[in-house]
Write a protein that binds this ligand. Structure first.
Ligand code: URA
Length: 430
């Protein structure tokens, strides 16, 4: 087989066989095909797409490129959750403990943030002492003992995705439905859970800009799960504006802690309850999804989710259990509103990029992050702001860029008319 023939076929929209795709991926992982040939193929995929069957073969080849975690010796149904990435997306920090407190067993491998999106691992690592490097035995033991672990992917979990993603990142080939769905699902299927809940974001701060594209991506990922005899459910959720009020690693941990102590914000509560409600139902703990939601609601209110969170961080080495005096920055700068009115729009992408410029995120994989910096919204969409009142607060240390203030103002649109708030979860696809 020759790489060039495979590139030609995809360029001419001729479907590849399973053998061809498996060969191409294996040869690439073994360094027998050069980056420039794979880049060329990835661009052909971006432009021409792949059939569903080809996407499955690609997912399978990626999945088989490394280890699979076997959770079958742990009792019960194991659930996992994945987000396609957003701004202020701290859902996993609340949802993991909430799911475990509600009777589910949650074994989750997470990723780091890149660009304007944050990553659960960076947020967790902002907690002093906490490690996300759990080897398979420790990961499984923790899941067995406390029904919850959130860890980083081991080096040999889907190595094909590590190579392909790094290449896609620098060749303008991230944004492709078959490439995103195979990348996500190969990792999720390798992680070993029986039920995979997918938080698929759409809007300015997400990969998918429209509900329609998010729905297509969801349908593809659900199909890929089915082809591997697993169950996936997709929750299509809004990422036009940031989720919650906090953006930045420690700020988001603190917001999650507050949420687990009954202090909202509502959108974070709503999405966590919705997804956990499904998890509880799909884990066969209750007979209806509404009963699942009720259990989740109760465990968020009564402190059980927070207790589970403290158990998890302790098991993973955290040296603190008190989040007062958690954040230390040199300056907190308010951004005063230039006029009064109802907040109509807060552009998630602009806020995510601004937080990254403050040091909360990384532009390149090798960049380090500052866990304390970020942005806290003083108001969310639909709320009224007085002229001169803070729209948001900037938590800054040394990293600064003069464009940040103008950029943040440009993210806002304020109107005289009342705004009807939208539900954070717009649609559920099974
Ligand atoms: N997240 C992933 O894991 N892979 C993609 O391709 C895009 C988002």
């Amino acid at each position: 087989m020759r790489a060039v023939d495979i590139i030609e076929k995809t360029k001419n929209k001729i479907p590849l066989t399973e053998e061809e795709i498996t060969w191409f991926i294996n040869e690439y992982v073994n360094n027998n095909i050069k980056d420039y040939q794979v880049s060329s193929w990835l661009m052909a995929v971006c432009l021409n797409g792949l059939t569903d069957t080809e996407t499955y073969y690609l997912t399978k080849a990626m999945l088989n490129s490394g280890d699979r975690i076997d959770l079958s010796d742990l009792p019960g149904i194991k659930v996992d959750k994945h987000s396609t990435g957003g701004v202020g997306d701290k859902v996993s920090l609340v949802l993991g403990p909430l799911a475990a407190a509600s009777g589910c067993t949650m074994a989750k491998l997470s990723g780091r943030g890149l660009g304007h999106t944050g990553g659960t691992l960076d947020k967790l690592e902002s907690i002093p002492g906490l490690t996300i490097s759990l080897d398979e035995d420790r990961f499984k033991k923790q899941v067995k003992d406390i029904h919850l672990a959130i860890a980083g992917q081991t080096q040999n979990l889907v190595p094909a995705d590590k190579k392909l993603y790094a290449l896609r990142d620098v060749t303008g080939t991230v944004n492709s439905l078959p490439l995103i769905s195979s990348s996500i699902m190969s990792k999720k299927l390798a992680s070993g859970a029986d039920i995979i809940c997918l938080d698929v974001k759409y809007g300015s701060g997400a990969f998918m800009k429209t509900i329609e594209d998010a729905s297509k991506l969801s349908e593809m990922m659900i199909k890929l799960a089915k082809m591997d005899n697993k169950k996936a459910v997709a929750f299509i959720s809004d990422m036009e504006c940031p989720l919650g009020r906090a953006i930045g690693n420690k700020l988001e941990v603190l917001e999650a802690v507050n949420c687990m102590n009954g202090k909202g914000p509502k959108d974070l509560e709503d999405i966590s309850i919705e997804i956990v409600g499904y998890m509880v139902y799909l884990s066969k703990i209750v007979d209806t999804i509404e009963d699942g939601r009720n259990i989740a609601r109760e465990n968020l209110k009564n402190g059980n989710a927070y207790k589970k969170f403290l158990e998890m961080i302790k098991a993973q080495g955290a040296t603190i259990s008190d989040f007062n005096d958690f954040i230390h920055v040199k300056e907190i700068i308010p951004l005063p509103a230039k006029k009064c009115g109802y907040i109509e729009k807060i552009d998630a992408l602009t806020l995510g990029v601004s937080a990254m410029k403050l040091g909360a995120g990384r532009e390149r994989k090798e960049d380090s992050i500052d866990p304390d910096v970020g942005i806290v919204l003083n108001h969310q969409i639909g709320e009224y702001v007085e002229k001169g009142e803070a729209l948001l607060y900037i938590y800054k240390n040394d990293k600064w860029d003069d464009s940040i203030i103008d950029d943040l103002y440009s993210a806002y649109s304020i109107t005289k008319n009342k705004i009807k708030p939208v539900d954070v979860v717009s649609k559920i696809i099974e």
